[in-house]
Design a binder for this molecule. Structure first.
Ligand SMILES: Nc1nc2c(ncn2[C@@H]2O[C@H](COP(=O)(O)OP(=O)(O)OP(=O)(O)O)[C@@H](O)[C@H]2O)c(=O)[nH]1
Ligand SMILES: [Mg+2]
Length: 321
């Protein structure tokens, strides 16, 4: 383990791959190495890329990778697919397209799927970012398919988030999820070669007009990633957003809020696991479920009973009677 961490800190990609596998498998050793690498993290800038399946996220990541490399930045990419149980490079199309980057020693590409729960995936993504940060990446790109709350949770880890949309065609963009409006720092209408791109941009701008004005108004950009059109503007916007966050003090603010949220989540996670491990051993949940189904017991009292059984709070006994 020690050796792996040392190799990682020297920039060894195999060490990074192995540590990320341990994270995915929820290896008991991960706590120790995450602790060891933590002082060596906090440098990488994290960019989230989210949007509907097939919107062109990977194509954009591909182009952005080239631009970042041209600027001399070391880049890590994590492709997260909450709908897929596969990991370790299962997003085959991406692999093929990004192959040329794979030859570039300063680029690290990895995909992750849902081995366990979606919550687990968001956590694993966060931890994988730390590994890439400690590996020495300047930027970590997270690509995640937009399928609901899961991708919102995942991109919460990002400093800048771009939401990739496609021209709505006949449809109205009004169906865009509220959560997406909240997380977007930059809107990208990709496949702008298809009809309707302008109208989609107008609609998003109208939606932004209705929002309370903030210091940063998300730009609405159009790209044709497969023809490399509009991508320079996109890269410039990402850089501008970063400068905005840094100069306004907002970056520290959002990072502090994130640490607070993660700490809270971590405590809840530990308490939850601890309690459930004991409960599984000591309480016959099935019986309680039957009781509730038969209206012999209400769920609130049953929950208290469970916690009293594992001595979660000493007061609980009083509630039992
Ligand atoms: N016409 C057109 N097609 C595009 C454009 N960008 C990407 N595509 C095509 O759209 C398809 C999906 O592109 P990807 O980059 O894999 O999209 P993605 O969002 O990463 O897809 P998932 O990861 O599967 O959700 C591919 O066949 C691309 O060639 C574009 O600007 N215009
Ligand atoms: Mg993709």
């Amino acid at each position: 383990m020690q050796q792996l961490v040392q190799d990682l800190l020297k920039g060894n990609r195999r060490a990074a791959a192995r540590l990320i596998s341990q994270i995915e498998n929820d290896d008991p050793g991960k706590r120790e190495f995450l602790k060891e690498i933590f002082p060596h993290t906090g440098r990488a800038y994290v960019i989230g890329v989210t949007g509907a399946p097939g919107a062109g996220k990977s194509s954009l990541v591909d182009v952005l990778l080239q631009k970042m490399r041209a600027d001399g930045l070391k880049v890590g990419v994590i492709g997260v697919d909450p709908t897929s149980p596969f990991s370790g490079g299962a997003i085959l199309g991406d692999r093929i397209r990004m192959q040329e980057h794979a030859l570039d020693k300063e680029v690290f590409i990895r995909s992750m799927g849902t081995r366990g729960s979606l919550g687990g995936l968001a956590r694993a993504t966060r931890e994988a970012i730390q590994v890439l940060d400690a590996l020495g990446k300047d930027v970590v790109l997270i690509e995640t398919v937009g399928v609901g709350q899961s991708e919102v949770d995942i991109v919460k880890t990002a400093d800048s988030t771009m939401v990739v949309l496609t021209p709505a065609g006949g449809d109205s963009v009004q169906t865009i999820k509220a959560g997406i409006m909240e997380i977007a720092d930059i809107f990208v209408i990709n496949k702008a070669d298809l009809p309707g791109a302008e109208r989609t941009a107008t609609e998003i701008n109208l939606m932004l007009d209705m929002k309370e004005s903030e210091a940063w108004r998300p730009p609405v950009l159009s790209t044709v990633s497969v023809r490399n059109e509009g991508t320079e503007e996109l890269w410039n916007s990402l850089k501008e957003h970063r400068i905005h966050l840094e100069e306004s003090g907002r970056l520290m603010e959002i990072r502090r809020a994130r640490v607070r949220r993660e700490l809270t989540e971590q405590v809840e996670y530990l308490v939850k696991n601890r309690v459930w491990d004991q409960v599984k051993e000591q309480v016959r949940l099935d019986d309680l479920v039957e009781n509730i189904v038969l209206r012999q017991k209400d769920p609130y009292s049953a929950a208290y009973e469970v916690l009293a059984e594992v001595n979660f709070f000493s007061e609980a006994g009083k509630e039992k009677g």
